[in-house]
Design a binder for this molecule. Structure first.
Ligand code: 21W
Length: 252
């Protein structure tokens, strides 16, 4: 397992003690379809196969004492070294890693071949960090292992691979233009006491685009004002933001 040639635009090998966690996500919806179509290749490798001795041991108590167990380096080296080829990026999922962001996801989606290493227990022996080209975290909260973070990464990267979703969908994603998206509506036109904003029914594409931009600015200002410091904004955006922040009457 792991060395068949692949025509996929992005090839991902995962090293984990819990391969079964990957079954449903890799067979479902957008990512499942991409894997089935061969645009995205994901191979999951059981680290236990490289465990030590008859009991396939992969962990041991920490030197110096303390609670919990630490992953031994030998199984990690045995699993990961054969997966590395020219241009491979080995990524350790680790709570102390660099935070995953949209720009980093776009960079990694173009990398060609990734090996994702999922830790369990208290973490891996410090000497096994040398296997990794980078260490990534998905946020400041504590999980039980690196598998769900690896799946988050696969999901985020998979949809960026050309052909996986409709061509333009990620250009307008929240974060791609540095702003949150505004509201979306579908049928019915009237639901309970709430109706769809008339501009969306007007057929005026220019007016719709302008409304969406103002709503994106409104929502970003309300929920993530930190994003406005780095978002690329036009003079019109800045004028709208001044109105929205209450210096003057807000846009309709
Ligand atoms: C949990 C590993 C606890 C190590 C400060 C206080 C991979 C993860 C993981 C895990 C410990 C990611 C600590 C967000 C995550 C992961 C399992 C040991 C660490 N630091 N991104 N405690 N959150 N988590 N204590 O948990 O492997 S990426």
């Amino acid at each position: 397992m792991g060395s068949e040639p692949s025509g996929a635009l992005l090839q991902i090998d995962v090293v984990t003690l819990f391969p079964e966690l990957f079954d449903a996500p890799l067979h479902t919806s957008v990512i499942g379809r991409a894997v089935e179509r061969g645009i995205l290749s994901v191979m999951v490798h059981d680290l236990r196969a490289h465990g030590i001795g008859r009991h396939r041991v992969v962990d041991d108590a920490p030197y110096g004492g303390g609670a919990g167990m630490v992953m031994r380096p030998e199984p990690l080296f045995a699993a990961i070294e054969p997966l590395r080829a020219d241009g491979t990026q080995v990524i350790l999922l680790d709570p102390a890693g660099e935070r995953l962001t949209d720009p980093l996801a776009r960079e990694l989606a173009a990398a060609g071949h990734l090996v994702l290493v999922c830790g369990r227990y208290e973490g891996i022996d410090e000497r096994a960090r040398a296997l990794a080209d980078r260490e990534l975290s998905i946020g400041d909260y504590v999980l039980t292992g690196g598998e769900l973070p690896a799946l988050v990464l696969i999901d985020a990267l998979g949809r960026l691979v050309p052909g996986v979703i409709e061509a333009d969908s990620h250009e307008s994603d929240s974060f791609a233009d540095g702003l949150l998206e505004g509201p979306h509506y579908t049928r019915p036109e009237q639901f309970r006491d709430a109706s769809v904003p008339p501009v969306l029914l007007s057929g005026h594409h220019g007016e719709v685009a302008r409304w969406r931009r103002v709503e994106a600015l409104r929502r970003t200002l309300a929920r993530r004002p930190d994003l406005l410091a780095t978002a690329p904004l036009t003079d019109q955006d800045r004028a709208d933001l001044r109105l929205l922040s209450g210096e003057e009457d807000p846009p309709a």
